[in-house]
Design a protein. Structure first.
Length: 501
């Protein structure tokens, strides 16, 4: 079992060593900090010359349906066009684009139909300014590959954290309610069981749901993250090699048969966990229930949701604390296939979101198109996207979480201590030393499978069916979807999605 990750975070220079708030000068200097980084990387726009216009005469169309993200990359994209001599058009729709910005879950569908150009080997060279080796392993080795070939470049990762009302943990009635369930005083949850106990304690004391309103897709995402921790124990490179191909099998499906693994002990434990919180009436039915409005006391928030905790012109109120996603008390033993309880919380990273840049086979100038994507996802340009809280873009490079990058995350409005906690939580999310993380559905039928999971797991969260019944209904729904394709096709999809050729 792994130990909790070390908090490898920077020490900020402050006039008073005991001060807990970042000097406002740090916020004022943030734009200059990012501009300096971009300047060091040679990203500053300049007029093209014969020597500096490698793509003169090239016309490209980039499609990005997400308006906020399209607006965020437009300046950098046009800067690249000016610098290289290319002509660039940005659009929100249409099927005539050369370059698309797509969500991770759409990748398998696009790759399987042969619509995507493989990433050129030159871009992965050690001396290329894109710095391929700096990508987080989950992106470099899995999320952008299909059939053994990289076919995309990451432009934004994901990031989820636990946020809770720390100001209420000392209340006597809450302490009593939590101790009744967990046998200890309330604290930042280190396990999903402690998270459930804290949610139930808040719901009991307040007489109303304690979690924010969650959509079906959000509930399904939470379920699979919890199930991943129950389903396996973390492996190093050596442990992965010892297990051979078995450790690389898909999470939701068996890579040898293509069948769903919903009957495995880890999924059953996660379904019971979800049903237990439903029984304690933790899940809100009011769509407006959230932490910022005071109708929720804790939750698993995306970075975009975290950004909404900050009031205009201010900082996040001190009543909100940040913690990493928890692990589980027990996990599935590889040899016996049974759940066993360990010492430290068992945490397995789960990757399911983010945005990718892809070059379509209809593009007449793929070299220029990949040059554009490499610029947008470069070490310097990507920091600009991460520093914009409105986008909720998470890390996809190791450098995004390095000690001297804390300034990038200041826009979320936390003081020094909580800013460190935010970065520590994002480090926990990726846990690069864990070589067998779990991944969201990403095959050509991922959209249908995800929709079925969202519908059936929402019924469990609403308390209308038990965890076991919810899994049974979900398996039946997935079986109906599977019947739309041949067994041979399904197995091919499951193996490719799992990284098995």
């Amino acid at each position: 079992m792994q130990q909790r990750p070390a908090r490898i975070l920077p020490t900020l220079r402050r006039r008073n060593n005991r001060a807990r708030r970042i000097d406002l000068r740090g916020l004022i200097l943030l734009p200059a900090f990012l501009i300096t980084l971009s300047g060091c990387g040679g990203d500053a726009p300049s007029g093209p010359t014969a020597k500096t216009a490698p793509h003169a005469g090239v016309a490209l169309k980039l499609r990005c349906p997400d308006e906020a993200f399209r607006s965020a990359i437009s300046h950098s994209a046009r800067s690249w066009a000016t610098r290289t001599g290319a002509t660039l058009t940005l659009t929100a729709s249409g099927d005539d684009a050369d370059v698309d910005v797509i969500p991770v879950e759409e990748f398998g569908l696009r790759a399987d139909r042969g619509d995507l150009v493989p990433v050129p080997a030159s871009l992965r060279a050690s001396d290329h300014p894109y710095q391929w080796s700096g990508l987080l392993p989950a992106y470099r080795e899995r999320l952008i590959e299909w059939g053994g070939q990289a076919r995309a470049l990451p432009l934004a990762g994901e990031g989820l954290v636990v946020v809770y009302r720390t100001d209420r943990l000392a209340e006597p009635n809450l302490i009593a309610a939590y101790e009744k369930r967990a046998g200890a005083k309330p604290h930042a949850p280190a396990t999903w069981e402690e998270f459930a106990a804290l949610a139930a304690a808040f719901a009991e004391v307040d007489g109303r749901p304690s979690l924010p309103a969650m959509s079906g897709p959000e509930l399904a995402d939470l379920f699979f993250r919890v199930a991943a921790c129950y389903d396996r124990q973390p492996l190093t490179d050596a442990g992965l090699a010892a297990l051979g191909g078995a450790a690389k099998l898909s999470f939701q499906h068996d890579g040898q048969t293509g069948d769903p693994r919903l009957g495995a002990p880890g999924f059953a434990a996660a379904a019971d966990w979800l049903a237990g919180m439903a029984a304690a009436k933790c899940f809100a039915t009011d769509p407006s229930a959230d932490l910022a409005g005071g109708k929720a006391m804790l939750g698993v928030l995306s970075l975009a949701q975290v950004a909404r905790l900050k009031p205009p012109g201010g900082e996040v109120p001190p009543r909100f604390a940040v913690a990493a996603l928890p692990g589980t008390r027990s996990s599935t033993d590889e040899k016996t296939g049974q759940l066993v309880r360990g010492g430290a919380p068992n945490y397995i990273p789960y990757f399911g979101g983010g945005r990718l840049g892809v070059v379509r086979t209809q593009c007449k100038h793929p070299e220029a198109a990949f040059d554009l994507l490499a610029d947008l996802g470069s070490p310097t340009r990507s920091l600009e996207l991460l520093s914009n809280p409105a986008l909720g873009a998470g890390p996809f490079r190791a450098a995004h979480l390095e000690q001297d990058r804390l300034l990038v995350w200041l826009g979320y409005g936390f003081d020094a201590e909580r800013s460190r906690a935010l970065v520590a939580a994002l480090q926990q999310n990726v846990r690069t030393e864990v070589r067998n993380p779990a991944y969201a559905l990403r095959g050509p039928d991922a959209k249908e499978l995800d929709a079925a999971a969202a519908a059936e797991l929402a019924e469990v969260a609403a308390g209308r069916v038990s965890g076991a019944e919810g899994l049974k209904r979900l398996r039946a729904a997935w079986d109906r979807i599977d019947q739309k394709t041949t067994a041979e096709t399904r197995l091919k999809w499951r193996r490719l999605a799992a990284g098995l050729n």
